[in-house]
Design a protein around this ligand. Structure first.
Ligand code: SF4
Ligand code: SF4
Length: 318
């Protein structure tokens, strides 16, 4: 079983268009499994019309919770938290004027007034548990947080593993690893020949997770001002992890000069440029129909993508 990961140095380059087309083309020749590793903005499902078979919670980490009944408001948790996630109590409202000089005695607080507890900002809390270990009153507990969901779905091209990370949740690298592992296990279990991973954009932790163990990376780049720079960034990542890379240029004809720059850069780096896809609104039309563009049209875009698949397959099968 081989693993092909499709990456780009930034979002919006058409990576998913390429991934969906390759899923369509590859599935006609061999049994495949798909994994959408862009868990922050999964959109392979938009063009593969998956039928969800299983849904699972993703437990991404822990969150500190303060029990207000136990908190003595000592403030130690706020001192030890390096993420400024502990919220001190708001100051008490001013005392109303005492109706009689004999009332209102008894020190700073009104008699029977409850201690105003500290609280945790769930967005800022990193779950490091420092406050949990330092709280002298045992008022803090660490709770597991459901940070997203992952799915196993059926598509007409093969099983798809995909996920949604909830807003403001961390650990997308962990979720990417989980989605990929599920895809890999399914491929091994069923003797499927290829796992196609639609990777996340950029060069961060989720990209590293998506690239780990890949046999080949197909890098999708657009001929923009930052095209070569974006390509350099993602190549640094794939080179670092020893993943061989191929390059394709999407919307190559919107800026031929930049496309030539990218081609020249690939030549100097000894990286194969396996295709140049022209701009065409047919890509959007296919997406609206919920289809990979290669299953929707037989025009120039589809022909370019078929060439890219043919050359990618050659490298995957030496
Ligand atoms: S350390 Fe414990 S008792 Fe002290 S303020 Fe924080 S939660 Fe309350
Ligand atoms: S778990 Fe860590 S990050 Fe969260 S409130 Fe406690 S000390 Fe701060």
């Amino acid at each position: 079983m081989k693993q092909l990961v499709i990456l780009s140095g930034k979002g919006g380059t058409g990576k998913t268009t390429v991934a969906a087309a390759l899923a369509h083309l590859a599935s006609r020749e061999m049994p495949i499994v798909l994994a959408d590793a862009d868990v922050d903005a999964a959109n392979l499902e938009l063009v593969l019309s998956p039928e969800v078979q299983e849904t699972h919670d993703f437990v991404g980490g822990k969150l500190a919770i303060i029990d207000p009944d136990l908190c003595t408001a000592c403030g130690i948790c706020a001192e030890v938290c390096r993420f400024e996630a502990v919220v001190p109590p708001s100051p008490p409202p001013p005392h109303p004027p005492s109706p009689s000089p004999n009332l209102g005695r008894g020190g700073g607080g009104r008699r029977g007034e409850r201690v105003r507890a500290y609280a945790i900002d769930p967005i800022a809390c990193e779950g490091c548990a420092s406050c949990f270990y330092q709280c002298p009153a045992g008022a803090i507990r660490m709770e597991e947080q459901v940070a997203g969901r992952w799915f196993h779905s059926d598509t007409r091209f093969g099983p798809l593993f995909h996920a949604h990370l909830f807003a403001a949740q961390e650990n997308s690298g962990k979720l990417v690893t989980l989605v990929k592992q599920q895809g890999r296990l399914r491929a091994l279990d069923e003797g499927r020949e290829l796992l196609i991973v639609d990777g996340p954009p950029g060069i961060g932790c989720p990209v590293i997770a998506a690239s780990a163990g890949a046999d080949l990376a197909l890098l999708v780049v657009e001929p923009t001002v930052s095209g070569v720079h974006d390509l350099e960034r993602i190549l640094t990542t794939t080179n670092h992890f020893g993943v061989p890379a191929l390059v394709c240029i999407n919307k190559a004809d919107i800026n031929p000069r930049r496309a030539k720059e990218i081609a020249a850069f690939c030549a100097t780096q000894g990286i194969a440029l396996v295709g140049q896809v022209p701009f065409d609104t047919v890509v959007t039309e296919a997406m609206v129909q919920g289809l990979p563009v290669t299953a929707f049209s037989d025009g120039l875009v589809s022909r370019a993508l078929r060439c890219i698949w043919a050359r990618t397959r050659e490298v995957l099968r030496p």
